[in-house]
Design a protein around this ligand. Structure first.
Ligand code: FES
Ligand SMILES: [Fe+2]
Length: 383
């Protein structure tokens, strides 16, 4: 039997058992343990803006929460050290970390410092109990909060990890208005869903009335880029386009002029596209893994904060035309997403019968890059 097949697009190998985590819960859990040590998107900094604010999130299938203590943002697994009750039982809120089961109270370091009847019942003072929450390292880029479970050897800062995507994310998440948030469950493994976001070959068949109506994209008119564990596609043939985008975001001079999409490892997508004329919008998305065969797509959409080349009269009409434009973007994004999810769910239904690697063409080259990065991370030892 074939153990690996050359990927046409990248010349690299994907193992024949690449789909094991789509059907095998243990393989999926081992994968998630590795991915949870990388920087993952948790949520919006605005949800932990004031002292005492907290929000709940999922990090590699484990529930966590992020909380502001004065200047500091802290993250913890959402599980009391006493008898494992979830400390946070809503999506967000404000207030001290006090468990609802027996009222243990935790400080900003995650130490149980308030324990009712502690000396009588445990024979020591709270400090000597040594009860602590499992910590999550948190870091911010622009309006977004990222987190990872601490692990030996994982010392890269978020800025180092994201590389050139860091200034781009910082600039693109200067929301001109609160983003519109939607969560969409999909009955498919996150990796199947993530692949389709890297795929510039399916539009004609899957999105015939929108992306696909002009036929297949020409590979030579597009730029594919990779940096660190991440990749990007810019719809311009300029080989320097990605550097220019990062530099323009650093110095504030970037002007919207073409579509681009970045896939940030492990499961985040940032895209910048045109709704009509020179009206640009941004999507920040994440395929959050739920189980080996289920994911949750989180989407935040908002108008692009970048300058664009608008004709002068447009400035006057925007207050009247923008609400309709927003609705049109939401409709369009939802339609594309639903068309993609039908495909992902059908591939997932075949997952138990996948025994060979995919055959990737030049418009799927970035799937090969992603899989190569994924294989590198899966090869890490876990202790
Ligand atoms: S489980 Fe949290 S205080 Fe008992
Ligand atoms: Fe698609």
């Amino acid at each position: 039997m074939t153990t690996g097949m050359t990927i046409i697009g990248s010349g690299k190998q994907i193992p024949a058992d690449w789909a094991k985590t789509l059907i095998d819960e243990q393989a999926f859990a081992a994968e998630q343990a590795r991915l949870g040590r990388k920087w993952n998107l948790l949520g919006l900094a605005a949800d932990a803006a004031r002292d005492g604010d907290w929000f709940r999130a999922t990090l590699a299938t484990r529930q966590v929460f992020v909380q502001r203590f004065g200047e500091a943002l802290r993250g913890f697994e959402n599980r009391c050290a006493h008898r494992f009750f979830p400390l946070r039982n809503e999506d967000k809120g404000n207030g001290p970390v006090v468990c609802g089961f027996h009222h243990w109270r935790y400080d900003r370091e995650g130490r149980a410092m308030g324990v009712p009847m502690c000396e009588e019942l445990f024979g020591k003072i709270p400090r000597d109990l040594g009860a602590t929450l499992a910590p999550v390292e948190v870091s911010v880029c622009g309006a977004l909060v990222f987190g990872r479970f601490p692990a030996p050897g994982e010392t890269e800062t978020l800025e180092q990890y994201l590389g050139d995507a860091f200034p781009i994310l910082a600039a693109i998440t200067r929301f001109p208005e609160a983003p519109h948030a939607v969560e969409t469950p999909v009955r498919a493994n996150w990796r199947v869903c993530y692949h389709i976001t890297h795929d510039d070959y399916h539009q004609v068949a899957v999105h015939p009335k929108t992306f696909g109506k002009n036929g297949y994209p020409r590979r030579e008119a597009m730029g594919y880029f990779r940096f660190g564990l991440h990749t990007a596609f810019l719809s311009t043939p300029d080989p320097d386009a990605f550097n220019k985008l990062a530099a323009g975001c650093r110095d504030g001079a970037f002007v919207s002029s073409h579509y681009f999409i970045m896939q940030l490892f492990p499961n985040m997508i940032v895209s910048h596209g045109r709704s009509d004329g020179q009206f640009w919008h941004v999507l920040v998305q994440q395929y959050s893994p739920v189980a080996h065969d289920r994911s949750l797509l989180r989407t935040w959409s908002f108008p692009s904060p970048f300058a664009a080349r608008h004709p002068r009269h447009v400035r006057w009409t925007r207050p009247f035309t923008d609400p309709g434009r927003r609705l049109a973007v939401r409709y369009f994004v939802g339609k594309i997403r639903d068309e993609d999810h039908v495909v992902c769910e059908r591939v997932q239904a075949n997952a138990g019968r996948i025994k060979t690697p995919p055959m990737l063409g030049a418009l799927e080259e970035r799937i090969g890059w992603f899989e190569e990065n994924y294989a590198r991370v899966m090869a890490d030892s876990i202790n």
